[in-house]
Design a protein around this ligand. Structure first.
Ligand code: NDP
Length: 490
């Protein structure tokens, strides 16, 4: 008879305490008040209106920001119109030089931009420092390089810029979205009016300072912070193209307004992307990808992997490991370099997340939220998963845009594809398997603009990004991102 094994010694639970490592707030000096940026100058709004922008992690006001009204938007569009002939007549090489300057200045001011992005939007400094700002600069570099190579991007055709473009961006990646919009537009010879989101105008205004410092000709870039009214005014203004990133509801309104007007339109709207884990995936690696897919930027990500589809045979293992990992996420001060999950961007967004999560519970899905201490002030939501979410539950259908993942199982690749495609959206997806052939086969059947294999949320300026179905149309990034900013003339 084998000797009885000695009982395993009880291990002390691993503690994951870190000393706070706050980024210095002093890396950014904010002014008390910011004006609109029109015609190369900072100018007062016509009606003098100013609104405080608030740090969502503390609810403290950061600065007063001039609020554009309809007259200001018209003035910005007129400035862009006046600057258009000279800008489009510049050789591409020269336009590219301005963009290279802007990109280099963004790099020089990267630390300041990262701190301001985190203060204004609530995202962890680790993300603004390592993702938002470097990727924004990389986009500007990328399109600086294209400015004199349009003939190679669209070979055999003669193209011309569209003219004046209106660009409306959301609050989840304020500087990055501004760079995604402005860089290809300018490279192609257009002039632009950009409206940042009302909760996160600051880095766009720092970008305006950078444009001034780079001596970008007056009127080529105009930046008009304001609310949805300013966005709507820009859509109705004398522009030649609108590029919008935001909610499907507003995207629909814009499409209705512009129908039949001949104004060009690209829409990058929401998503409810599937992250599919097969039984042959490297599970520990997949857990990191699931976490990155849904908790990056508090889930305020259009392509967030909000629907986790796990093959039934490994579901218990994946859910158990994911739950362990979720409990180790550090939620709190966004300026702390250890923080994984920062503040929810606004009280309105927090209310939206809370309402949908309550609806998920009411409809019968099983909720598991991490019980971690949350700061007393500011807007916070704990990392959350829903088990047993039925495909018809609102939490499995609607964009929550928060740190909430719903988990469903599948048995076969065909079922995974069917469930993944069972969505009004079609922005992104993740496929986790160690079989290359299976990954390609599944990816080819997914209705998603981007499919990541064994990774998630990777953004590269050379790669096109955009959706199908209610996720919008048009592509941003890479060579494809130039096409919406030119007209083919011959
Ligand atoms: P919106 O679509 O309202 O905001 C996006 C941008 O559009 C902002 O700059 C906004 O200004 C502007 N805007 C608002 N109304 C109009 C209008 N009528 N015409 C033109 N521009 C307009 O998104 P919300 O901030 O209200 O977020 C709501 C939901 O939308 C989120 O919960 C999320 O599900 C989804 N969303 C998706 C995003 C994505 O990347 N796909 C990004 C943001 C939100 P203002 O900031 O003043 O409202």
């Amino acid at each position: 008879m084998p000797a009885a094994r000695a009982p395993a010694p009880t291990r002390a639970p691993i503690r994951w305490d870190y000393a706070p490592a706050p980024e210095s707030r002093g890396a950014a000096t904010l002014r008390d008040s910011y004006d609109l940026f029109i015609g190369g100058q900072f100018v007062e709004p016509a009606d003098g209106r100013r609104v405080a922008t608030v740090n969502p992690a503390t609810e403290e006001p950061l600065a007063e920001v001039a609020w554009a009204g309809e007259a200001d938007v018209a003035r910005a569009v007129a400035a862009a119109r006046a600057a258009a002939p000279k800008w489009r007549a510049l050789p591409g090489l020269e336009r590219g030089k301005y963009l290279f300057r802007v990109a280099r200045l963004m790099q020089e001011r990267a630390r300041e931009l990262a701190v301001v992005e985190t203060l204004d939007g609530g995202k962890p400094i680790r993300e603004s420092r390592d993702v938002d700002i470097p990727t924004a600069a990389a986009h500007v570099f990328h399109y600086a390089g294209w400015a004199d190579k349009l003939a190679y991007a669209i070979p055999g055709r003669a193209v011309r810029p569209r003219g004046v473009v209106g660009q409306i961006v959301p609050w989840n990646f304020p500087l990055l979205m501004a760079a995604w919009k402005l860089a290809p537009a300018l490279a192609c010879g257009n002039t632009a009016v950009l409206k940042p989101a009302e909760t996160t105008p600051l880095t766009a205004l720092l970008l305006a300072e950078i444009c001034q410092e780079a001596e970008v000709p007056e009127g080529v870039v105009n930046i008009v912070p304001g609310d949805g009214t300013a966005g709507a005014a820009l859509v109705r203004a004398e522009v030649d193209k609108i590029a919008f990133t935001g909610s499907t509801a507003v995207g629909r309104d814009i499409q209705r307004t512009l129908a039949g007007t001949g104004v060009g339109l690209t829409l990058e709207l929401g998503g409810k992307s599937a992250n599919i884990v097969f039984e042959d995936a490297a599970i520990d690696q997949a857990i990191e990808g699931i976490v990155d897919g849904i908790f990056f930027n508090q889930g305020h990500v259009c392509c967030a992997g909000a629907r986790l589809l796990v093959q039934e045979s490994v579901a218990d293992d994946v859910v158990g490991k994911l739950w362990d990992r979720m409990q180790r996420l550090r939620v709190g001060d966004p300026l702390d370099k250890n923080t994984d999950v920062g503040a929810i961007n606004s009280s309105a967004q927090l209310a939206r997340i809370e309402a949908l999560v309550a609806e998920g519970e009411r409809e019968g899905a099983r909720r598991r939220s991490v019980s971690c201490p949350l700061p007393e002030r500011g807007h916070w939501f704990p990392p959350t998963m829903f088990l047993d979410a039925a495909p018809a539950h609102r939490i499995a259908v609607e964009e929550i845009f928060g740190p909430v993942v719903s988990v469903t199982t599948f048995r076969t690749p065909a079922e995974a594809v069917e469930k993944a495609n069972n969505s009004a959206y079609g922005l992104a997806a993740g496929v986790w398997t160690d079989k290359g052939a299976k990954a390609f086969e599944v990816a080819s059947k997914l209705q998603a603009g981007v499919v990541w294999q064994s990774t998630y949320n990777k953004f590269d300026p050379t790669a096109a990004f955009g959706g199908f179905k209610e996720s919008g149309f048009g592509r941003e990034g890479g060579k494809a991102g130039l096409r919406p900013y030119v007209e083919i003339v011959a």
